[in-house]
Design a protein. Structure first.
Length: 197
């Protein structure tokens, strides 16, 4: 192998390494971003309740609040008008088990073709967080963007969805599947590890 070929290969390898540096530097930030998909509630050493996306190592009574909206896999399947409305005014439905109005509200959103994240209210912590987030003491409750719709009233819900740009009739494909419901809160034992910066 002559010197110019070896030098060319060395320069090419160096260029590849340089181009990969931003991607490798991005990895901790991506992990950090993944951790911030949740909001946490905890009690500090003075007994005060705190909220944030990074609980300290000495956090007590740590509770994870799941406020994630619909996932990227679901968003990629949405027609443009629905995807635009969902990105600007995401819908979250709060429900409970054995709640006929909740079933009616869920069926309403599905029939209209509105993708939504569903959170179930199963515990006292869930109820406290529902009240803090929406001022509601019962379910069903939906949020369109940040605006709460307390109780199911199809006329009120249609007005809010129309104003947010959701189509009046479903544009979703037949094989579209709504994401499964998840509890609003979950007890955590220790704070999640923070990504090194």
């Amino acid at each position: 192998m002559n010197v110019s070929t070896a030098l060319s290969r060395l320069v090419a390898a160096a260029m590849i390494a340089v181009l990969q540096l931003p991607a490798m530097a991005q990895a901790p930030a991506d992990t950090d971003k993944e951790l911030r998909k949740f909001l946490y509630r905890w009690t500090d050493a003075r007994g005060q309740i705190n909220y944030g996306d990074r609980p300290p190592p000495d956090a007590q009574n740590l509770l994870r609040i799941d406020l994630r909206q619909i996932g990227e896999q679901v968003q990629s399947l949405l027609p443009y008008q629905v995807r635009r409305a969902a990105s600007m005014y995401p819908v979250m439905l709060f429900t409970a088990g054995k709640c006929p109005p909740c079933t009616t509200a869920r069926e309403f959103l599905v029939k209209r073709g509105v993708p939504f994240a569903e959170r179930t209210i199963e515990s006292g912590d869930d109820s406290l967080e529902l009240k803090r987030l929406t001022q509601a003491e019962g379910v069903p409750v939906a949020t369109v963007g940040t605006a709460p719709l307390i109780g199911f009233d199809p006329d009120e819900w249609n007005i809010a969805l129309d104003a947010s740009g959701y189509p009046k009739t479903s544009q979703l494909t037949v094989n579209f599947k709504q994401e499964s419901a998840r509890p609003l809160t979950q007890k955590e034992k220790t704070p999640p590890p923070l990504a090194k910066q």
